[in-house]
Design a protein around this ligand. Structure first.
Ligand code: TPP
Length: 336
């Protein structure tokens, strides 16, 4: 029998990688909290938080090769982009819609990430549209004989869209190197999952499209990483797609424009706060001698300092020139 202590090693993770995963989760939480507070101070238009989703986001993204594989996120995925290599500064530059924001030069909504060098593909606001984009990119990789995997993240609500079904069908038919990650946080804004689907586990749908679907505890980062690693390996060796359903919970309202007291009880939120994925992984690492109090405090301080520095830099960075507002909207004449 495998000792729990050895689990990171079994998964091919060194001790320093385990701590790196923990750090990415802490950084992701700090970046989400900061944006939420700044928005309340009137310093940003809107924000979507990843609080509660850290194990799902970091655990899946950690299985990819950054800059080689293709990343298709949605607005909640701050933990994904920080794991792939975007910085807290990149995230805050987008939040403040600054001229040098790598995601869109301050044009897209905050939390709609993009980073060409890291192959984080620009996302649109309509729910689920990134899913066929990921499948199309996986199709291109297959046609070109490349070993590049596409991973795409979306919520439980997104699985009701035709885009999701069409994408899964096409991926199954062509056995494409794509991994579908459903961040099942139980709500699509105010709509509970029981009004979205008639199945207990949405992962069972994968079977209907001819590939495996797995359901994992989305608050257990090692379980998520294991599922993602297997799915990426399967995709890379040409065996086709996998659907991962990670059951989790968003600990705060849907966005800064939402009052979640109108559709979920405080008791429910409290219950899930006790399953906080960061505290859980921290307890795991401490309990198995991989993290002590000193290192934990250092990592927490490092994340806070990174987010502080990012906030200060971004807040003081220049806005886009208003003259450029229509750039990338209409065709422009070539300038010789
Ligand atoms: C096509 C479309 N319909 C409606 C919306 C408005 N909308 C934005 S987010 C959202 C909920 C999505 O929920 P889910 O996919 O479960 O993701 P979660 O926000 O819970 O992580 C909706 C309905 C939209 N952006 N696009």
């Amino acid at each position: 029998m495998v000792a729990v202590k050895d689990m990171p090693g079994i998964l091919g993770l060194s001790n320093s990688q385990s701590l790196d995963i923990y750090y990415k989760m802490v950084l992701s939480r700090a970046a989400s909290v900061r944006q939420r507070l700044l928005q309340r101070m009137g310093k940003g238009s809107i924000t979507y938080s990843g609080e509660g989703h850290e194990a799902t986001q970091v655990g899946t993204a950690y299985a990819l090769k950054p800059g080689h594989d293709w990343v298709f996120t949605y607005y909640r995925d701050v933990g994904v982009v920080l794991t792939i290599g975007m910085t807290a500064r990149d995230v805050l530059m987008a939040f403040f819609a600054r001229k040098d924001d790598i995601s869109s030069g301050g044009r897209n909504m905050p939390s709609h990430f993009s980073h060409p060098k890291l192959r984080i593909v620009s996302e649109g606001a309509p729910v689920a549209t990134q899913i066929p984009h990921a499948v199309g990119t996986a199709f291109a990789a297959k046609l070109r004989g490349l070993d590049e995997v596409s991973m795409v993240w979306f919520g439980d609500g997104a699985t009701s869209k035709g885009d999701c079904h069409e994408a899964m069908n096409f991926a199954g038919v062509h056995k494409l190197p794509v991994v579908f990650v459903c961040e099942h946080n139980q709500y699509a804004i105010s709509v509970h999952w029981t009004k979205q689907m008639a199945v207990e586990n949405v992962a069972v749908r994968a079977q209907g499209y001819g590939f495996p679907g797995v359901t994992v505890d989305g608050n257990d980062v090692l379980a998520v990483y294991r599922a993602a690693k297997e799915a990426v390996e399967r995709a890379r060796r040409g065996d086709g797609p996998t659907f991962i359903e990670a059951k989790t919970y968003r600990l705060v309202p849907h966005s800064s424009d939402d009052d979640d007291r109108r559709y979920r009880s405080r008791e429910e939120v409290e219950e899930w706060s006790e399953k906080d994925p960061i505290i859980r992984f921290q307890a795991y690492l401490e309990g198995h001698g991989l993290l002590d109090e000193k290192t934990r405090d250092e990592l927490t301080k490092k994340a806070a300092e990174e987010v502080d520095a990012a906030t200060e830099y971004a807040e003081n960075a220049p806005l886009p020139d208003p003259e450029t507002a229509l750039r990338h909207v209409f065709a422009e004449e070539e300038v010789a």
